[in-house]
Design a protein around this ligand. Sequence first.
Ligand SMILES: *[C@@H]1O[C@H](CO)[C@@H](O)[C@H](O)[C@H]1NC(C)=O
Ligand SMILES: *[C@@H]1O[C@H](CO)[C@@H](O)[C@H](O)[C@H]1NC(C)=O
Ligand SMILES: *[C@@H]1O[C@H](CO)[C@@H](O)[C@H](O)[C@H]1NC(C)=O
Length: 377
Amino acid sequence: MCCTPSTLLLLSLASILSVCSSDAKNMLPSEVETIFKIMESISSDEKWRISYPNPCNPGSTWLGIECKLGQDNHLHVSRLDFGTHPNPTCKNTAAFPCEIFDLPHLQSVFFSQCFTHTKTTLSASPNRGGAFFDSSLQQLSLRSNPALVGPIPPQISFLKSLEILTLSQNRLSGRIPVEIFSLNSLVHLDLSYNMLTGPVPIQLGNLNNLQGLDLSYNSLTGPIPGTIGRLAEFGKLVKLQELRLSNSCYSGTIPPSFSLLVNLSTLSLQNNRLTGKIPEGFSSLSRIYHLNLSGNLLGGVIPFNASFLKRLGRNLDLSGNPGLCLSPSEAYNNVKSGSGVGVCGTGSLIKKSQAAAHGLSKLFFLFATLVFHVMHH
Ligand SMILES: *[C@@H]1O[C@H](CO)[C@@H](O)[C@H](O)[C@H]1NC(C)=O
Ligand SMILES: *[C@@H]1O[C@H](CO)[C@@H](O)[C@H](O)[C@H]1NC(C)=O
Ligand SMILES: *[C@@H]1O[C@H](CO)[C@@H](O)[C@H](O)[C@H]1NC(C)=O
């Protein structure tokens, strides 16, 4: 068959017309039905089907919903954003709408302060035999939902395209499912402020695209997996920039492999039960600017030299580790470092006024004061 210019024109006109008639006809009825079910789960407004039958109607798309024209020339829901202003708020009896996993074109989901009164769980869709659909979801953010309880289902590993997973400030409990660590497109993983228990699986080291990891404020136990930084069989999280594992119940030592995380800028390990020394290699983390190791049981001489202590300044917190101390040679130069640690062999805090009171030699005090003044003039 040969296309004359006029048939080409007709063909392109026809395709423009089919795009322009993008009302209910242009959304698959099954997808519209799924959206109605989601709205019934979360929204107090019950007139959606009658008053607003076309969720993606161009020019009057529902608030909280974004749509995109797919390659199949149908409009598809690409984003759901509910719970906080300016998006629609959720009703008191809002339940987690597992139907979101039936929307194959959905890319982003945000439910914040949405599940607040009636207990609900993060569940897979029954339409898929209990499995999450193999979706194109890239961002799943369920945050500040005090009524979102129960475990993180292992079926979350079906969401192969996930890049950002935020399940922070809910009441999720149980162990972190190992399956989560097969999501190796993940760039950010935030499970902070929940009630998660048990150890962190060593498979965490598989997430080699990870830039941010936050597991703070849970009840996680056992050692911190050395696979976070180890070279060799489990891969390493070389892209990691922010690592937050504070306020849990970790024990054991800080893995020396952390010093291989060359791009690390923030490390929060405060308020755990970590023992042993600060790994020597930490002083070579050239991008780090925030290091909080306070409230642990660490001991020994701090392996940081004067330039490291000066660079981090107030962003270094080593307080509340009774066994840690600073070598006197570094202390001279950091009379006001504020890291919250005493000088080895003196038991004193590095504060000018306290140094004398704690019986440091007069010579040391004079020398420290002198260096301090030289450095600040
Ligand atoms: C560290 O970060 C820089 C700049 O963002 C990037 O170019 C580099 O590839 C990163 N290094 C690793 C090992 O990912
Ligand atoms: C401090 O330690 C770092 C890392 O080990 C090193 O590169 C730097 O030269 C040291 N600075 C001084 C003044 O010793
Ligand atoms: C370190 O963590 C403690 C406890 O959460 C906090 O009070 C302190 O301000 C933090 N220090 C820095 C420098 O961030």
